[in-house]
Design a protein around this ligand. Structure first.
Ligand code: DOR
Ligand code: ZN
Length: 429
């Protein structure tokens, strides 16, 4: 049945829209955008007071499926994505078996298509088993729908290995996404190296452990001509390197997470809250401030969550034994609205670029525009809903959220993927 979404404030900078209008949908496409639309027989949904934007995409998400279903699976984590307002996610390959061949990509893609609550754009590993030793079956993975290459969870330790992978893999035209971590320098580092790590008696994970690989990967992108995307950037100097690479005209982009933007190492205290143990670690207030400036000035291209579900028993171990990562996909839109849009640091249009337009462009997946003919992937949110993260639980199988208890303003109410509702009135369908 046709759908008629009425009276929402539409924001889509790609077609210069910023005002109240109606959107008509038939099948998987938008058929009309304009004022006072009428479509015979359509289901009419009144969205007065709400915003309607091209569907949000989180390009850094761990679905944990196959192999770690005790943490989360494609169904539970795409439910979390829908709840957070996402129409699509890019899945990370650190599954078991690792997503490093066409069959593994096919598994993620087909299970997501059959049972998922959003689109899943699978990434594939750069090296077999994420071991950094042998190039993965890149062509096979691309043939099965892999949209990007990454060894996320680990940095590629050998510069020559990355060079060979980029030289070979660039023929597929996909972006290389780098988790930057020099393992020799970082060692067993638990949190940012500095006063807090010293006071808490935890081994430090120095900023340089990330920055060395950011600079190295930029240089190898220059050498090979491959497209490079720096994942979950966390330091001011690292961001400066990306800024310089962009000024040079290199095909380099980067992403930042809400936890690196809005939390700092100072949140970690004697309670040793393992939800705040993430990789790369929460950095200093100056780093977070620099990242927020980068978001505003365009150096940061995309906001992602690095949504990393872990089971309660895994996160309730001693800090050193707990795995790195926090969930975030259900709170990211609200955190961005609350901390960046409502404070006037960025506009709604910039938010749409960061959370919808740029992720699709970097991943090279279908564009979505609020105009006739476009795929009907749409996010609707109410900017005035006040809520507390975690207060009514999570759709995710996991609970390891570093923002639990944080009061925010703004929440997704309705999501449509290819014209089908995946969230209605805040309820996942
Ligand atoms: O904190 C993180 N958790 N960072 C990563 O790079 C990997 C992720 C995970 O897989 O848990
Ligand atoms: Zn990572």
């Amino acid at each position: 049945m046709a759908l008629l979404l009425k009276n929402a404030h539409i924001v889509d900078p790609s077609v210069n829209l910023d005002g109240v209008a109606d959107v008509a949908i038939e099948g998987d496409r938008i058929t009309a955008v304009g004022e006072n639309l009428a479509v015979e027989g359509a289901e009419v949904i009144d969205l007065s007071g709400k915003y309607l934007v091209p569907g949000l995409v989180d390009m850094h998400v761990h679905l944990r499926d196959p192999g770690y279903e005790h943490k989360g699976d494609i169904v539970s984590e795409t439910r979390a994505a829908a709840k957070g307002g996402m129409t699509g996610v890019c899945s990370m390959p650190n599954t078991d078996p690792v997503t490093d061949n066409g069959v593994a990509v096919e598994y993620v893609k087909s299970v997501a298509a059959a049972k998922g609550h959003c689109r899943v754009y699978p990434s594939g590993a750069i090296t077999k088993g994420l071991k950094g030793e042998i190039i993965s079956e890149m062509g096979d993975m691309v043939a099965h729908g892999c949209v990007a290459f990454t060894d996320d969870g680990r940095g590629i330790q050998g510069a020559g290995m990355l060079r060979r992978a980029m030289d070979y893999g660039k023929m597929f035209g996909k972006v290389f996404m780098s988790h930057c971590q020099d393992e020799d320098l970082v060692g067993e580092g638990q949190i940012n190296e500095g006063a807090v790590s010293t006071r808490l008696g935890l081994l430090g994970w120095p900023a340089e452990g990330e920055e060395l690989q950011i600079q190295r990967d930029i240089m190898i992108a220059r050498l090979t001509g491959a497209k490079l995307h720096i994942q979950h950037i966390s330091t001011a100097r690292g961001l400066e390197m990306v800024r310089a690479a962009k000024a040079e005209g290199l095909p380099v982009t980067c992403e930042a997470t809400p936890h690196h933007l809005f939390l700092t190492e100072d949140a970690i205290d004697e309670t040793y809250n393992t939800s705040l143990k993430v990789n790369p670690p929460l950095r200093t207030a100056a780093d977070a401030e620099a990242l927020r400036e980068g978001v505003a000035d365009g150096t940061v291209d995309a906001i992602v969550t690095d949504h990393a579900p872990h089971a309660d028993w895994e996160k309730s171990r001693e800090f050193e034994l707990a795995p790195f990562g926090m969930i975030g996909i259900e709170g990211s839109l609200a955190l961005v609205l609350t901390n960046l849009v409502k404070t006037g640091k960025i506009t709604y249009q910039r938010m749409v670029e960061l959370m919808s337009i740029a992720p699709r462009r970097i991943l090279g997946v279908d564009e979505v525009k609020i105009e006739a003919g476009s795929l009907a992937d749409i996010t609707v949110f109410d900017p005035e809903i006040r809520w507390t993260i975690g207060e009514d639980g999570f759709e995710s199988r996991a609970h390891n959220c570093g923002f639990t208890g944080t009061e925010v303003c703004g929440r997704a109410t309705d999501v449509f993927v290819g014209g089908k509702a995946t969230l209605r009135d805040g309820v996942v369908c």
